[in-house]
Design a protein around this ligand. Sequence first.
Ligand SMILES: Nc1ncnc2c1ncn2[C@@H]1O[C@H](COP(=O)(O)OP(=O)(O)O)[C@@H](O)[C@H]1O
Ligand SMILES: [Mg+2]
Length: 528
Amino acid sequence: MRVTASEYGGVRYNRRVAASLPPTPPAWLAALNGARVVSGLPRDAADISHDSRRVRPGGIFVAIPGARADGHDFIPAAVAAGAAAVIVQTDRRARWQPHVVAGLAFVAVPDARVALAEAAAGVYGHPARSLGMVGVTGTDGKTTTTHLIAHVLTASGRRAGYLSSVAFSDGAAAELNASHMTTLEASDVQRELRRIADAGARYAVVEASSIGLELHRVDQCAFDVGVFTNLTPDHLDFHGTMDAYLASKARLFGMVAAAAARDLPKAAVLNADDPASAAMRAAAAGVPALTYALRSDADLTARSVGRDGVGTRFIVSAHGEEAAARTPLLGDYNVSNCLAAVAVAASQGIALGDAAAALASFPGVPGRMELIEEGQPFRVVVDIASTEPAMRNVLGALRPATQGRLIVVFGAAGERDVARRSGIARAVAGAADFAVIANEDPRGEDPDAIIDEIARALVAGGVREGTHFVREPDRRRAIEAAFHRAQPGDTVLLAGKGTEQSIVIGATQVPWDERRVARELLREMRGV
Ligand SMILES: Nc1ncnc2c1ncn2[C@@H]1O[C@H](COP(=O)(O)OP(=O)(O)O)[C@@H](O)[C@H]1O
Ligand SMILES: [Mg+2]
């Protein structure tokens, strides 16, 4: 007997297997496109992972060919951990064929990453289908905008969870994202979305990095709304060219266009100040665009932007309608992020005044311009800034809010885009009064060589070692040195780490919490 695709959840079967099939396929199998069962009997599973170390008994292991390792080599480890089914990539037959054994379900698919998202959506009951889905992409501002959108939606009576590079929230409680990844793997994304849906949230806001989009981590998210913040050259080590980088961000808008129509309005929320928005709009064919801008014509604009203590006030205008807004965030770029959040709310039918009013109660993003207060006579700010534009923005925002000097502790990561090192040094040379160069995440590189590169770029930027900057690889000592130099009225910016929970030196993750270290040092200085 030959079982045809239409007879069994769209999945093709090996003829020998077909005879023993249960009446309906497990949800994860039915969710796969172009899959073929090679052997065994696929059963329902409660769990799925691409990491053999995280496979649980009865779970599914998906073998992904990665940049460094090939998941197909870990099939025996996954089986030893109790995997009941293995999903493999058809073109890697030589690697998986030897591991096919009786009693174990083997399913071959054209693309294992695509399958990870599909199968995970199946395992977790397609959570995106019961949530309003908002995706946020762009070079800078993704995390801040993700948190802002979730806050504005929640404060306007539409509870929203989020997944960002900093934290996860189910709409009520948040926890820090301890992985070093901006966008989780698809299996984690789908599991977290299930948690958000089960917690009763109506929306989920997902930070979607270009790498995450490219690697299918946010497939099966059925985005109703896509948000584009901006595009500057970054991550070219991964994407190769600006065009490829642009195309990966545009994928988000292709996903919005492709998502099934529902009762929620679709929207492409675009930053009209950035020319790359045109490409996003083109990718979002048929989806209503809603633009925002500080300096260009747009559906939503801000006027009368001004400082308001440690915060910013402005007026949001939308086609003649206006609403006063205040945000505890500093910097014009954060007004732009606020406009993006108000635009998302507006696209979902929330009144302009309600959305604008919600901005005032935003608690901020942990590790983003986060003030550390331990009674010291100078200001201490922790921020993740690790690129030239981000550093320029942060220093530009802190300068007018600082009476004294701007002191920066910073470094640059190893095994990452090397152009960042001179870039960030240029920004510091141009805008700070004093800097301490410290280790960030040297990884496998020589930390002193990275610091040398930064020092040379600082000197090229016109500042002198000793007078304007010093080196202190040990990050704790670097922060201490900065605090000892600080006078009342100064601002000390600790840049690059934010809420990350470790420093990667060699192959070791040394535990690190910049905010805690800063607090400890400030208390030590006060003798408490
Ligand atoms: N809209 C924006 N435009 C330019 N720079 C921004 C914007 N929003 C934030 N930044 C800068 O980028 C840094 C990272 O912000 P974040 O919200 O974490 O973005 P991402 O998640 O995209 O890295 C911040 O420290 C800030 O300096
Ligand atoms: Mg981020």
